[in-house]
Design a binder for this molecule. Sequence first.
Ligand code: UDP
Ligand code: MG
Length: 310
Amino acid sequence: MKSLTVIVPCYNEEAVIAESYARLKQVLHGMENPSEIIFVNDGSMDKTAEMLTAIAANDKQVKVLSFSRNFGHQRAVTAGINYCNSDLAVIIDADLQDPPELIPQLVETLEREQAQSVYCVRRARQGESRFKRSTAKAFYRLLNFFSEVKFPVDTGDFRLIDRNIINEFNRLSEKGKYIRGLMAWTGFKQVPFYYEREARAAGETKYPLSKMLRLAVTSLLYFSKKPLLLATSLGFVSVLFALCYGLYAVLGHWLGFTHADSGWTSLVVLIVFFGGIQLLTIGIMGAYIGSLFDEIKNRPEYIVAEKINF
Ligand code: UDP
Ligand code: MG
């Protein structure tokens, strides 16, 4: 029987942590697999740490990793995977949007399909704003257009992975991790599992627009070089345009259908347009250089301040 670790990143989740633990516990109790839960406390400022400590004091099946500060969801999940010793791992949010009751079906699907991973695809999303749903939907499609790896759309980090993928993931040395992308990148046999995403059981989202944007930018920068090449494409277009416009200007001068002193509007438009393109492409290069800089500094991805039951 394969052993199973459930990885739960938590950031200021005092409102749901008890319920989350109770539901997970019940699910794991009904399974034959030896199992454990790793809660990764990502520098919470509320009562999450105390609550997890109390849970772990009464239950040796629960392990807790506490970061020294908030390092972000992707790094909390990374730590959970790094510290997992089981044959299988499930990554699940603390807020019960991804129902823990599906875990036995994920394990069953993995075994039936002889797959290395079962990733959960959201068929419906309850309790999320239309803005969040539509931007997420558009973004997954945009990313697929840009990316050199093809990703399953409408898929978050909720998934089951086996030892093959855990080992390969642990070998990755990049610090800017877009986990769902890297999981697809590892290859192997990965099969979808369709589910309805529920509303958050309690508390507020810990993913404000700024964190969502950062994740989106990381995924683009780390999975595509196409934006860098945008300068070249735009350059070709503008050279072509300049040739045509130059021809028009010269012919106009010779044949007398343009007047030298009437060019103010076109000059302003051209300066603004090409100035914009240049700033845009310099900005894109800046973003790539910034992530190169981050990678070269080689700082640890997270700092563990406390470990319980390890
Ligand atoms: N989370 C985290 N660190 C952060 C932000 C979020 O560990 O800096 C955790 C959070 O506790 C939750 C999961 O990541 O378990 C997903 O966050 P949330 O449910 O707030 O995101 P949403 O579902 O709204 O996109
Ligand atoms: Mg959530």
